[in-house]
Ligand binder design. Sequence first.
Ligand code: UDP
Ligand code: MG
Length: 136
Amino acid sequence: MNNIQQTLSIIKPDAVERNLSEEIKNEFKNNNFDILKEKKVKISKSEAEKFYQVHQTKPFYNDLCEYLSSGPIVVMILERNEAVTENRKLMGATDPTKAEEGTLRKKFGISIDKNSVHGSDSLENAKKEIDFFFKD
Ligand code: UDP
Ligand code: MG
């Protein structure tokens, strides 16, 4: 049974800076994701704080928001069957040293904070995150 979903993906500053955007986009395409929309943006720290609001009590929250707003990012709406789960699988574990072979974070991630990609963790959050970046 098909369950076509949309999810939000972000190519984070560390990967954009290393010119990995095209290579990462090809990884999505090769894994049957359609990139419905994409844009390159630089967000402010207060926008990052809003985006990562769920993490506001975490010790890494401030650094995380500084980081996401430190340089250009590429945000994309990805679509495929079971997009949310399939994207999380393709990304791999949050910590690149723990990510499985073949995953994006294993291939491209530098560290737990500079882990190259973000992906929505549920369908509900995917909708919110897509709205955050693409609601006109
Ligand atoms: N993060 C961090 N230190 C940690 C845990 C997470 O810097 O100990 C950063 C990391 O960039 C991660 C983001 O915070 O991608 C969001 O954390 P989450 O637990 O939601 O991981 P994800 O969903 O991105 O795998
Ligand atoms: Mg998360």
